[in-house]
Design a protein around this ligand. Structure first.
Ligand code: AMP
Ligand code: GLY
Length: 419
C-alpha cells in the first residue's frame, strides 16, 4: 500500500511515522511536508487540487490521508472522491463541525450534546446589546477558521466591545468574523480525545492533554500548542460518558442531517463540575495531541483507515501500548507574536538515530549551512516510557540534544498529569 499524507507540520510527520510502522505500507509520501520531514520521507509539491489527480495515478497511491482543516474545509475529500481516489478525511459539509463554530454549536444544541450556553450573531449592534446584558467573563469566538486565534475571553464590557469591534468591524480574522459565537465561560480543566468514524459507528482513543499557553503554569498568550502528553489518568473515568453523551450523538446527528462524518474527529473538552462539556470539535487529528497519541497506538493505522473506508469501524477495537508519551515543542523566540527566523538548528546525531525519542519537524528550512528555523513552532521531541515521570524526564533529556538561538519552550509539559 502506498499512502499520501497531506500537510506540513509535526502532526503530519507523526501521521507519516505511524503509517510507516505498518507492514502493509510500502511507501509514505508527504505533501507539501517540510525539509525536516524530508529527512525521513519523500515529499511532493502539489500546488492545487487538480495536481493531486495525476500524481495519485502516476504514483499508484492507494490512500490519501488529509491532516489539516484547511483543505478539508475547502472540499479536498469531495474532490478526490469524485475522481475515484480513496481518502481519509470528512467531506466539506461534515468539516463544518470545525470550520463554523456557530454550525457546531447549533448542532450540539439540537442534539443535546453538553457544551457551554451560547448565542450567535451576524449583526454587530445586536451582539453589543446582548453583551451589555451579560455577566462576565464571556467568551467571544469568530465563527470561521482563524488558525486557533479566534477565541477571546473578555472580562468586562469594555474588553467585550473592543473585541467585538476588532472581529466584526475591523475584520481581525477576515470573513471568519462575519459571525460570532458568544458563550458562557466554563470553569474546569481541559483534555482532548479523538474518535475514528466511518459515518455510522466510531471508536475513540485515549485522552491527551495539550499545553496551549506559551509560558509555564499556563501563563501568557495561547499558541498552537507547546506540548502534550497521553494518556491522562484522571480523564479515564469520563471515557464512557464521552463516548455515550458526546461521540455517539454527534456522529448520529451528522448521519441524520445528511453529512455523515468519515475520518478523525477531535473533541476538545472542559471537565466541569457538571461533567465533560465540548469546547470545540475539530474535523481532524489535533496538534500536538497526535504526536503523543499515535506513538502509543498499537493497532495498525492502515487497518483503521481500511475500516473507515469499508464501513466496519464497529468491528474494530483499538490497542494501546502501556506507558506514557510526552511531546515538548521548541518554538522560535517571540512566538506566538512576531518571531525570529533563520537560526541554525543543531541536532545531535543521537537524537536522529535513537529509538527512545523521536523528533517531529514543523517550521524548518534546509540551507547550505544546515537546517534553519522557519516557523513559530520549529520542531518537537517525543519520548515514551513506562511512567509519566520517566517519559517527562526522557523527553526533556532528549530535548537538550536540540539547539538553536532563541529556542523557546515550556519546562512543565506533562506535569499536570502527575497530580
Ligand atoms: P477553542 O479554539 O474553541 O478550542 O478555544 C481555545 C481555548 O479557549 C480553549 O482551549 C479554552 O482554553 C478556551 N475556551 C474556549 N471556550 C471556552 C469557554 N466556553 N469557557 C472557558 N474557556 C474556553
Ligand atoms: N490541539 C488543538 C488543535 O489541534 O486544534
Amino acid at each position: 500500500m502506498k499512502v499520501l499524507v497531506v500537510g506540513s507540520g509535526a502532526r503530519e510527520h507523526a501521521i507519516a511515522e505511524s503509517f510507516k510502522k505498518s507492514k502493509k505500507v510500502q511507501e509514505v509520501i508527504v505533501t507539501p511536508g517540510n525539509d525536516g520531514i524530508a529527512l525521513y520521507f519523500r515529499i511532493a509539491k502539489l500546488p492545487d487540487f487538480t495536481s493531486y489527480i495525476d500524481f495519485v495515478k502516476k504514483e499508484k497511491i492507494d490512500l490519501v490521508f488529509i491532516g489539516p482543516e484547511q483543505p478539508l474545509s475547502e472540499g479536498l475529500t469531495d474532490y478526490l472522491e469524485q475522481h475515484g481516489i480513496k481518502v481519509i478525511g470528512p467531506s466539506q459539509l461534515a468539516a463544518r463541525i470545525e470550520s463554523s463554530k456557530a454550525f457546531a454549536k447549533k448542532l450540539m444544541q439540537k442534539y443535546k450534546i453538553p457544551t457551554a450556553a451560547f448565542k450567535t450573531f451576524t449583526d454587530y449592534e445586536k451582539a453589543e446589546k446582548y453583551l451589555a446584558s451579560c455577566t462576565f467573563p464571556q467568551v467571544i469566538k469568530a465563527d470561521g477558521l482563524a488558525a486557533g486565534k479566534g477565541v477571546i475571553i473578555v472580562h468586562n464590557i469594555s474588553e467585550a466591545r473592543e473585541t467585538l469591534q476588532n472581529i466584526m468591524i475591523e475584520g481581525a480574522f477576515g470573513n471568519a468574523g462575519n459571525q460570532v459565537v458568544i458563550e458562557e465561560f466554563m470553569i474546569g480543566w481541559e483534555t482532548s480525545i479523538f474518535a475514528f468514524s466511518d459515518g455510522k459507528s466510531f471508536v475513540s482513543t485515549i485522552f491527551a492533554q495539550d499545553h496551549k499557553a506559551i509560558y509555564d503554569g499556563d501563563k501568557g498568550p495561547n499558541t498552537g500548542g507547546m506540548g502534550a502528553y497521553a494518556p491522562v489518568d484522571k480523564a479515564k473515568s469520563y471515557k464512557h460518558f464521552v463516548d455515550e453523551k458526546i461521540f455517539k450523538p454527534v456522529f448520529k446527528a451528522m448521519q441524520e442531517e445528511g453529512f455523515p462524518f468519515k475520518g478523525v474527529l477531535f473533541a476538545g473538552l472542559m471537565i466541569t463540575k457538571r461533567g465533560p462539556n465540548v469546547v470545540e470539535f475539530n474535523c481532524r487529528f489535533g496538534d500536538p495531541e497526535t504526536q503523543v497519541i499515535l506513538p502509543l497506538l498499537k493497532t495498525d493505522l492502515a487497518d483503521i483507515c481500511q475500516s473507515i473506508l469499508d464501513g466496519t469501524i464497529e468491528d474494530l477495537s483499538l490497542e494501546w501500548e502501556d506507558g506514557y508519551a510526552v511531546n515538548v515543542v521548541a518554538a522560535s523566540q517571540g512566538y506566538p507574536g512576531e518571531y525570529r527566523k533563520g537560526d541554525l538548528i543543531e541536532i545531535a546525531p543521537e537524537l536522529l538515530e535513537t529509538q527512545d525519542a523521536k523528533i517531529y519537524f514543523s517550521g524548518v528550512k534546509k540551507s547550505e549551512k544546515g537546517m534553519l528555523t522557519n516557523g513559530g513552532r520549529v520542531c518537537s521531541v517525543m519520548a515514551k516510557s513506562t511512567s509519566l515521570t520517566s517519559a517527562i524526564n526522557s523527553a526533556y533529556n532528549h530535548f537538550l540534544l536540540l539547539k538553536f538561538n532563541g529556542k523557546t519552550y515550556r519546562t512543565d509539559i506533562g506535569k499536570k498529569g502527575l497530580y
